[in-house]
Design a protein around this ligand. Structure first.
Ligand code: NAD
Ligand code: UDP
Length: 329
């Protein structure tokens, strides 16, 4: 990387999708570690509100840009998070979702290759699809419907992983690929349809809690601080550790258990209603994190109740602002 001779020695880090839920927490963490951070985002699902509190920091820079187009920057490390992540968001414009994952990966990998920079990919447990192997280990190749409504996300994330490993094998690019399992916390989008945000908003408004199917499907929920800690450990790990590596909380809950817990924590008067299960909705999901434990000395610390409590506080204050302004957030 070309250095500006007047520049300080801070590590320069690019975070694509830095205006989103996970990206904003990552930018914050990197700034706290004295990095210089470039947050690149087209604000398709992210928001400036998520990063507003960081904008006074002189080492933070925001770049409105679409990862589908090449970018010319000088950085030491790259985290690639740009991609809509919730089913209703990634299914809104499926072709664009594929372009973001695939063209986006090619562009950030090209940048990493030119700069000889380490590059991190936010992959997903969706690469396992509706899994036959439980809990999911990194060696499992998955069970993905390539033509279903989730495929634009699942298959393009799988293709992005392929590109990461081919750039590694063909051009010696230093890669770090993590597979993220359902993560929640403050700054989730209140209307992105994900189960934790949906249930909390519904419970706080005393509206019906919409459980899809019979609510017997399972997910394992990781609090955002734990996940970001895992990101940092993976990025700083030995160059020989490429991943893919699962990052998530291995404690599994049914969706109906989650609904009941959120109603209890919010003292809600809501009632549960049942709606159709969306097509290809995975029946069970739980990460095997033995690799992350062994290679990164990482495991989640925040219990679901504790994490939900902080998330509920966040949505409560967001809804109070909504009431004050009489607008829909
Ligand atoms: P998010 O939607 O809050 O963040 C994604 C960010 O990417 C947004 O700020 C959005 O505006 C930006 N973006 C989308 N398309 C872009 C484009 N073409 N160019 C530039 N920016 C673009 O979602 P999130 O939950 O923060 O997810 C971040 C990453 O982590 C995603 O890649 C997602 O696939 C992955 N992931 C998240 C979870 C989870 O539970 N949150 C689980 C698995 C994987
Ligand atoms: N879900 C639900 N009610 C909702 C939103 C989601 O029952 O209002 C279910 C959904 O069908 C899935 C699980 O919760 O089985 C997790 O959904 P989410 O969209 O959060 O994540 P993903 O399916 O991508 O894991």
């Amino acid at each position: 990387m070309r250095k500006n001779k007047f520049e300080n020695e801070r590590k320069k880090v690019l975070v694509t999708g830095g205006g989103g839920f996970l990206g904003s927490h990552l930018c914050e963490k990197l700034l706290n570690e004295n990095c210089e951070v470039i947050c690149l985002d087209n604000f398709y699902t992210g928001s400036k509100q998520n990063i507003f509190h960081l904008t006074k920091n002189p080492y933070f820079e925001v770049l409105r840009h679409d990862v589908c187009f090449p970018m010319y920057l000088e950085v030491d490390e790259i985290y690639n998070l740009a991609c809509p992540a919730s089913p209703i968001h990634y299914q809104e414009d499926p072709v664009q979702t594929v372009k973001t994952s695939v063209h986006g990966a090619i562009n950030v990998l090209g940048l990493a290759k030119r700069l000889n920079a380490k590059i991190f990919q936010a992959s997903t447990s969706e690469v396992y699809g509706d899994p036959f192997v439980h809990p999911q280990k990194e060696e499992y190749f998955g069970n993905v419907n390539p033509i279903g409504i989730r495929a634009c996300y699942d298959e393009s994330k799988r293709c992005a992983e392929t590109l990461f490993f081919d750039y590694h094998r063909q051009y010696n690019v230093f890669i770090k690929v993590c597979r993220i399992f359902n993560t929640y916390g403050p700054r989730m989008h209140p209307q992105d349809g994900r189960v934790v945000s949906n249930f909390i908003v519904q419970a706080l408004k005393n509206e019906d809690i919409t459980v899809y199917g019979q609510g017997k499907q399972t997910r394992s929920f990781c609090y955002v601080d734990d996940l970001i800690d895992g990101f940092r450990k993976l990025m700083d790990s030995n160059d020989s550790i490429t991943g893919p590596i699962n990052l998530g909380n291995p404690i599994e809950f049914t969706i109906i258990e989650l609904a009941n817990l959120i109603m209890k924590l919010t003292s809600s008067k809501s009632k549960i209603i049942f709606k159709d299960l969306p097509q290809d909705d995975p029946k069970q999901r739980k990460p095997d994190i033995s690799k992350a434990k062994k290679l990164l000395n990482w495991e989640p610390k925040v219990h679901l109740e504790e994490g939900l409590f902080k998330t509920i506080e966040y949505f409560d204050s967001l809804l109070s602002k909504e009431n004050d302004l009489k607008v829909n957030l």
